[in-house]
Design a protein around this ligand. Structure first.
Ligand code: NAG
Ligand code: NAG
Ligand code: NAG
Ligand code: NAG
Length: 469
């Protein structure tokens, strides 16, 4: 009804109307409902990525021993479709969940799933199988499970990157299929940081439908003024937690130098300000945490890079650099107070080679527990934070979990993990495939050499016998 045709209200009826509207508003005010697995009060979960690959062999049990706390959430990763576990190379197969069982705690599983071959390669059946794997963790192993599907979906460094239309379709299919099997799964939507968007990328290879989503300022280009997150948001009905990847890699343009980060780095980056130049960027916290009170927020992967190729060029030590990160981005109580929807900090406890902005191969160490002084600070800060951080509880591992490291031949759903038959004289390698590098296993090489010698000796022996006949 047009406003002009409405009868005028008397003062009394206006007062009644105002009171009624106020009452309605009070009812309509959203009741803030905690997200799934959100810790109580103002508590924050601390989680870890760990590197199980050869040369590092890191494990949840070892991390807990180092920091003297039971880390609440551990990250493991796998591809979808799930490649069969290769018993010769140790590649493929489901993520090494048994390492979390062996931590002897009730830590949550944070399962990252990469559609590394692109969205087209993934079928509904693959998502259903993933749901069964997760249900197995939840029911047989009594684990809380976060599922982070197709993270950092804006970046062309992922085969599935910068395809918002296909991402949203695949996400919704994943949500529906996984939740149909395992409804308690916590779905984590986790884009990359808005800092530096669009990461040097353009619209040149994008479809018309994608361009319509990506070019939010409608100027025909993908640029720093486009919203870096909204094109990829699949909808409030299909997201439980919201994450972001946030790293500090140096202040130089190549990002190969060691400098201690400016204080307030993380607070700015999540709150609409690029810490390197003060420019306005998409406000992750305001748009996705404050504006969505029934969803909890997290740093899905985070850390500061100490550049090992560049240690001579600076006086900044590894300890100083990592301590800067710890006090600014992990145990910074003012940050946790200022951003109360931030409920989980997942630290990327890895060392890895990355391609720097000048295209050089840069060995970056993000670990906060591999440096004596940084580790001491982390422990002291956690101790003085009292119960602000929420930790896992100790409990015995289930008897069904082998300590040998290889995944079980069948899971409780009866799905078979394909095993290659190998001639072996030794125990199987106990390391796991890494998504961030190849696993070289000396034991395996030795076996092949032995096998070769045996074959040569066998042929030689047979020839010798034939000669005497
Ligand atoms: C499952 O784990 C939770 C959290 O540790 C615990 O409270 C509960 O008792 C466990 N349930 C069973 C059946 O063991
Ligand atoms: C902690 O975070 C606040 C923002 O809440 C920021 O102002 C402060 O500089 C940070 N502290 C450190 C040591 O970086
Ligand atoms: C940096 O170090 C890594 C190994 O430590 C090496 O692979 C890489 O080539 C080095 N990069 C440069 C530019 O020297
Ligand atoms: C750091 O990690 C390496 C493995 O990469 C390990 O050999 C070394 O003992 C660790 N150092 C500290 C101080 O934890």
């Amino acid at each position: 009804m047009p406003a002009a045709s409405r009868p005028r209200r008397s003062v009394k009826s206006t007062a009644r109307f105002v009171a009624g509207a106020a009452a309605l508003l009070a009812i309509a005010t959203p009741v803030v409902q905690a997200a799934m697995f959100e810790p109580p009060g103002d508590q924050v979960l601390f989680g870890m990525w760990f590197d199980p690959a050869d040369g590092y062999n890191d494990r949840p049990l070892d991390i807990n021993a180092r920091i003297d706390q039971n880390v609440a959430v551990f990250q493991i990763a796998q591809e979808i479709p799930l490649p069969a576990y290769n018993w010769v190379t140790g590649a493929g197969g489901p993520a090494p969940e048994n390492t979390i069982e062996l931590s002897r705690t009730d830590a949550a599983v944070f399962l990252t799933v990469y559609p590394g071959g692109g969205f087209d390669t993934v079928t509904t059946a693959d998502f259903t199988q993933l749901g069964q794997q997760i249900l197995d963790y939840q029911t047989t192993l009594n684990r809380t499970v976060f599922l982070r599907y197709a993270p950092e979906m804006q970046g062309l460094w992922n085969a599935y990157g910068q395809q918002p239309t296909a991402f949203i379709a695949s996400w919704r299919e994943c949500y529906t299929a996984v939740k149909a099997v395992a409804p308690d799964t916590i779905m984590v939507w986790a884009p990359n940081t808005p800092q530096g968007y669009p990461y040097g990328q353009s619209l040149s290879a994008s479809s018309t439908a994608d361009i319509a989503l990506l070019d939010t300022n409608n100027n025909g280009e993908l640029d720093a003024d486009d919203d870096s997150l909204a094109p990829y948001y699949p909808g409030d009905d299909v997201v439980d937690w919201i994450g972001v990847s946030i790293y500090y890699k140096g202040t130089d343009s190549a990002q190969t130098e060691n400098n201690v980060q400016p204080e307030g780095y993380c607070a700015q980056a999540i709150n609409g300000v690029n810490p390197s130049d003060g420019a306005t960027i998409t406000n992750w916290y305001a748009n996705y945490c404050e504006a969505k009170p029934d969803k909890a927020c997290m740093f899905a992967e985070s850390g500061a890079a100490y550049h090992l190729n560049n240690t001579a060029a600076t006086t900044v030590t590894r300890s100083q650099l990592q301590q800067g990160w710890i006090s600014d981005c992990i145990t910074n109580i003012s940050m946790l107070d200022e951003f109360p929807r931030l409920r989980l900090i997942m630290h990327f406890e890895y060392e890895k080679v990355e391609t720097a902005n000048d295209n050089s191969q840069d060995m970056r160490d993000f670990r906060v527990t591999n440096d004596t002084a940084a580790l001491a600070q982390l422990k002291a800060d956690f101790a003085s934070a009292g119960d602000r951080f929420s930790w896992a509880q100790s409990r015995a591992p289930p008897t069904s979990i082998s300590s040998a490291g290889a995944p079980a031949a069948t899971n409780s759903e009866g799905s078979t993990v394909v095993q290659a038959i190998t001639a072996t004289t030794r125990a199987r390698p106990t390391t796991f495939p890494s998504l961030f590098g190849t696993t070289s296993d000396g034991t395996q090489r030795a076996e092949f050499i032995e096998l070769g010698i045996m074959i040569v000796a066998g042929i030689g022996g047979a020839l010798a016998v034939m000669k005497t006949l």
